[in-house]
Ligand binder design. Structure first.
Ligand code: FDA
Length: 387
């Protein structure tokens, strides 16, 4: 069979962006290899067949960006709703508005505070420990927001996220813990925000809908690598350690177990995301997907709702890698993998798995556009070397 001009491993947002640009702008014949049964990577979603509610299969995905170019690019394939993300947090039988803000402070301390009064209160409570003296995550958090807010809103949640007591976690996991001295409770503070009007999968499918792009699903690159390695340029967006046979050891990740259920109520929690801050509640969050699309209310089956309980833990072999743990040991391995990657002829590594970095969707698109501009386009139009 004839070789394509470019092979892309992984049909996530990074791979799709590269494929679309190379096919549309350079006229290249692009082959995408994807080992899952669907394209879209972790942004993939499906309508639940019973309720017709769109479910994000790899965890809740909310699109937001302040990058004009990424926003303009994404809008070529989908329009976005005016959804604004808000998060609430449960603690000891009360529900608070997150991120930490004046409403939360007033409710938690049972008294109204002006912004200045609240600032003074938190300054006093956080003076217990100097930030530069903090030797673990707990001390760092107390030095930033004081002990009462730390114990209610950070301690239990963090312990569940990491399955580790915060006194055993490194102080540099957190750099800041923003407290807003206003009632503003939008979760993101980007210029643009919204959800794809007809769903993630429609958006992602349109990106690959080009006569020059072939998507081969349920195909693991490693089973066909010999057909392409060294013969055509490859953009690899799978795990970097796996590419090199874990020669430097495995990089560590956290994963999330997502337990999906259909409940017999029209409205389970009144909003899309509720965090559970109490340590004795085993899950970290409950997502109720219908609230992401209030404009679709009439299309949802009445009397039912789809919810997902999220449980966070360290990933083992075979688990979905979601968040890089990024210990000192991981960073040392990553340096070695980066050297190997640089020396690998005709292969570029990208995306969240290929670079071992948590990337939001807009960052995955943005970094793919940069790789296209800086490496692929110069290679295919001017013969520049691919490194
Ligand atoms: P992605 O992981 O999507 O795609 C990589 C693809 O490569 C996968 O489909 C995989 O199957 C395939 N692959 C790997 N190895 C292969 C092989 N050997 N052969 C063939 N195929 C292979 N972002 C945001 O902006 N807002 C949000 O709310 C969220 N929420 C969120 C929740 C959770 C739980 C996670 C883990 C992540 C988010 N994100 C997010 C981030 C978002 O998921 C991320 O930006 C994109 O998935 C990045 O796209 P990539 O293409 O880099 O990777």
């Amino acid at each position: 069979a004839q070789l394509p001009d470019l092979v892309i491993v992984g049909a996530g947002l990074f791979g799709l962006t590269i494929a679309e640009r190379c096919a549309e702008e350079l006229g290249l014949r692009v082959l995408i290899l994807e080992r899952r049964h669907h394209l879209g990577g972790n942004a993939y979603s499906e309508r639940d067949p019973e309720t017709n509610v769109e479910v994000h299969k790899y965890g809740a995905h909310l699109f937001h960006t302040s990058n004009e170019r990424v926003w303009e690019y994404a809008n070529r394939f989908t329009s976005f709703t005016d959804y604004r993300h808000r998060v609430f947090g449960k603690y000891q039988g009360q529900v608070y508005s997150l991120p930490m803000n004046l409403a939360l402070i007033n409710q938690f301390f049972g008294k109204s505070h002006t912004p200045d009064e609240a600032r003074a209160l938190i300054a006093e409570q956080s003076s217990e420990i100097a930030t530069e003296d903090a030797s673990n995550l707990e001390e760092k958090a107390i030095s930033l927001i004081g002990r009462p807010l730390y114990e209610a809103f950070i301690k239990g949640y963090t312990a569940k996220q990491w399955q580790t007591d915060p006194t055993e976690l490194s102080a540099d996991i957190i750099t800041r813990l923003p407290v807003r001295y206003t009632f503003q409770n939008g979760w993101f503070s980007d210029t643009y925000e919204g959800l794809p009007v007809d769903g993630y999968t429609a958006w992602l499918t349109r990106m690959a809908d080009h006569p020059n792009i072939e998507v081969r699903l349920e195909t693991d690159f490693f089973e066909v690598a010999d057909d392409y390695k060294g013969k055509v340029p490859i953009v690899y967006t799978g795990p970097v350690d796996e590419y090199f046979g874990n020669s430097e050891g495995r990089l560590s990740w956290r994963t999330v177990d997502l337990e999906e259920s259909v409940v017999d109520t029209d409205d389970f929690q009144g909003t899309g995301v509720v965090n559970y801050n109490d340590q004795d509640v085993p899950y970290t969050r409950i997502i109720e997907f219908k609230h992401f699309h209030p404009e679709r209310e009439k299309t949802h089956l009445p009397g039912k709702s789809v919810i997902v309980h999220e449980y966070s833990r360290f990933a083992e072999e075979g688990d979905e890698p979601y968040y890089p743990v990024n210990t000192a040991d991981d960073r040392a391995k990553l340096i070695k993998y980066r050297e190997l990657a640089k020396a690998e002829p005709m292969v570029l590594f990208g995306g969240r798995l290929g670079t071992y970095k948590y990337l939001d969707m807009h960052m995955a698109i943005g970094s793919a556009l940069s790789m296209y501009d800086n490496k692929l386009k110069p290679h295919f139009t001017e013969g520049a070397e691919l490194t």
